[in-house]
Design a protein around this ligand. Sequence first.
Ligand SMILES: [Mn+2]
Length: 344
Amino acid sequence: MTSDGDPVADEDPGPDAPGYAGLATFAGLPWMPGLGELRERRPDMAVVGAPFDIATTHRPGARFGPRALRAQAYNPGTYHLDLGVEIFDWLDVVDAGDAHCPHGLTEASHRNIRTKVRQIAELGIRPLIIGGDHSITWPAASGVAEVVGWGEVGLLHFDAHADTADIIDGNLASHGTPMRRLIESGAVRGRNFVQVGLRGYWPPPDVFAWMRDQGMRWHLMQEIWERGSREVITEAIAQAVDGCRALYLSVDIDVLDPGFAPGTGTPEPGGMTPVDLLRAVRQIALDTPIVAADIVEVSPPYDHADTTVNSAHRVALEIFAALAHRRRTEAGETPDLPGKAPGS
Ligand SMILES: [Mn+2]
């Protein structure tokens, strides 16, 4: 039974197709893997998959993250209730496909990720990289810094782990070492490297001593528990962008408590809730000169009921919505808030 008109006509519904139908692109966005098409269209943002997980110290599987984020996340609609914005009326986003990550080849994979991210950033398009294990932040943020300015990008990093080890099991490109590589190379200055959500039992004191020497700042989960997320995030933003022209946001999904995000390689109990993480990401995308972001360590084989995949997917939607809101404000338009609760 249908109403008037013929909503079930047999024609291609495009982005209005149900999320479970048709080709699986990120959020149903146009599939645009070629540089030529991107150059012509010049979207505001391009999603890039980095299906790489051989730098993982414990449970692998993050190579399946990009595909799961495209195929298994529930596409909930495109109107952001709190910001009152129809996201894709204001922001053009495409799915630029994956960087080629041949199995077992870290250097080639990282080189391809860095090149693809740099080429997108060179076109003035903000890359959103979906991993992959956290080692991919080394090439991805390097590619962005090559375009924006070496040492001129602040990095806000959500994670249970600092990922600042020098070397793990002889591996300089482990998923536990990328942040040290970025600071050593000068791609990101230590003083503009800010971490949020650290907890548990790693890294050891000598690594924290190195971090302190670099001028890095960090906010333990303990501090979030004591002061509350809003206050800590406001401070972390100020620290990351102080003296910087641009910000790179890196979200390791294991910053969430494993109860919310079991599908990850190195789960650490006692983490953030999605309600806090999503608002933190929204605030960052609203208030900073964000030029790129990554969402990493989603390991679908360990997920249950797609909880991890959906939370990671909504991190991306918060970024999109906040940037759309900024576009609308720049255009002199005001929010449309039909979703606001009566009397509030
Ligand atoms: Mn981590």
